[in-house]
Design a protein around this ligand. Structure first.
Ligand code: NAD
Length: 437
């Protein structure tokens, strides 16, 4: 069934959000709160639950010293925010970046609550961050930052409390250090305290590529829904890190044509398709995508406005805004990153009838496989990669259909449908548990 038949374009606009100031548009927490308010109003959520679910339940800020390689001492700032633990332990990544802020971590934590609820897994939402530039730090410095940050927030972590995972600037090695530091303090190995670990430390097969895998599944579902063929389906990906490179590779393997890659230091374009496997090898060797011989160098920001069937931002927040949304020429926007689109841009995308697969649905493959990892660690029994991926395919396809059905039944756009579905589920659990006072 074609998308226009499901949702009349006039019903898709989020007009209440037009009141956002330019600063609020670019502040992820304000953007998240505006969407929450809009969805909560549509749900007629009672005012008490509205207040409970709108705020994070716990915010931790730590300033901690680390010995640097040159013998000096630096003090770093880290955050861990629990947005909701109503449906289960807090779950969410840890980000290392120079511009991490409390508002960003708050927004990311609340998106985790909604994301876990959209795919209906028994976790709440949490997120962490440390202000640092991992590209400028040695392995030794990164290890010392990670261990000390873990020690500072240790009483709030645990398989039944809060289970971190990788995010921008962190990887399976970071998770191994967190797991070891936590285990040393507990005097026993506790591998279920983090997910996204190396497989030999209790990680799940399939976890590294899981977010990309989930993105490929929802792209397939969107093509089926919109009656578009895979053959000739052109894709542009922004960000060639964990999420973007795996999504690009898996889509290319399925027969999609990846024509553009936008990275921090430059863009690549080839109308006949970029050899993604070769680009992965090239990036590993040179630590950059620039200079790759199989494509032409183009402006990384302009590349987002090139004609394609699927635009897949997989880098960071606020890359599709009221400033560039009108110039997008994609049919589908599939959000690999968290919060890549501002609320004001959403209205413009609705006018252009761009089919949006919102972040809290599209990139949920990572947390879903993290859930599988946590389950396997607690059972002490590990699944094959194909068992993991089969379960992941099932959850992603079912969640895609849940959101589309919700959008159709409530005459709202896909993003608001995903928020409404999630808020409804978290509100139901919160109401059933009652307020302890
Ligand atoms: P990563 O650090 O592995 O990769 C991010 C890549 O984006 C890097 O290569 C970086 O150079 C590039 N980048 C940063 N800013 C850019 C810009 N302005 N233009 C072009 N490229 C830019 O991080 P990741 O784990 O792949 O995460 C990417 C996004 O996906 C983040 O928003 C993250 O929160 C989200 N996400 C990650 C996961 C996961 O499992 N890792 C799951 C869900 C969502």
């Amino acid at each position: 069934m074609a998308e226009e038949q499901l949702i009349p374009a006039t019903e898709q606009k989020e007009t209440d959000m037009a009141t956002l100031t330019p600063e609020q548009e670019m502040n992820p927490w304000d953007a998240q709160a505006a969407r929450f308010d809009f969805a909560a109003k549509k749900l007629n959520l009672d005012s008490g639950l509205w207040k409970v679910l709108r705020q994070p339940c716990r915010e931790i800020i730590v300033h901690f010293p680390v010995s640097m390689d040159d013998g000096s001492i630096e003090v770093f700032t880290g955050y861990r925010v629990h947005h909701s633990v109503a449906r289960g332990p807090g779950k969410g990544g840890i980000r290392y970046a120079p511009d991490v802020s409390l508002d960003e971590v708050r927004a990311l934590a609340s998106w985790m609550t909604w994301k876990c609820a959209v795919v209906n897994i028994p976790f709440g939402g949490a997120k962490g961050g440390v202000i640092c530039d991992p590209k400028k730090l040695s392995q030794g410095e990164l290890e010392r930052i990670t261990r000390r940050y873990t020690a500072e927030i240790i009483e709030f972590l645990g398989p039944e409390k809060d289970v971190p995972a990788p995010d921008m600037g962190t990887d399976e090695q970071t998770m191994a250090w967190i797991m070891d530091t936590y285990s040393m303090h507990m005097r026993q190995t506790v591998n279920a305290v983090v997910t996204g670990k190396p497989v030999n430390l209790g990680g799940s097969r399939g976890r590294t590529a899981a977010t990309g895998h989930g993105l490929a599944v929802v792209c397939d579902e969107a093509l089926k829904l919109l009656e578009m063929p895979v053959e000739g389906c052109r894709v542009i990906v922004q960000g060639f890190g964990n999420v973007g490179s795996n999504a690009a590779r898996l889509l290319a393997d399925k027969g999609y044509t990846v024509i553009g890659i936008a990275e921090y230091d430059g863009g690549l374009y080839n109308s006949n398709g970029i050899d993604i496997h070769a680009l992965v090898e090239y990036r590993k060797r040179t630590r950059t995508v620039t200079g790759f011989p199989g494509a032409q160098a183009v402006d990384k920001d302009e590349l987002l406005t090139y004609e394609c069937e699927i635009l897949l931002p997989a880098a960071t927040e606020n890359v599709i805004t009221s400033h560039n949304a009108a110039r997008l020429r994609c049919r589908i926007l599939c959000e690999g990153a968290n919060g890549p689109t501002t609320p004001l841009a959403d209205d413009i995308l609705s006018d252009k009838k761009i089919f949006v697969i919102p972040d809290i649905l599209a990139n949920a493959g990572g947390v879903t496989t993290s859930y599988f990892e946590w389950v396997q660690d607690r059972m002490g029994y590990f699944w094959t990669e194909s068992e993991v991926n089969q379960r992941l395919d099932h959850i992603m396809s079912e969640s895609f259909r849940d959101v589309i059905t919700y959008a159709r039944n409530h005459q709202v756009n896909n993003r608001i449908a995903a928020y409404m579905l999630a808020i409804d589920r978290v509100a139901y659990t919160t109401r059933q548990r009652g307020i302890y006072a």
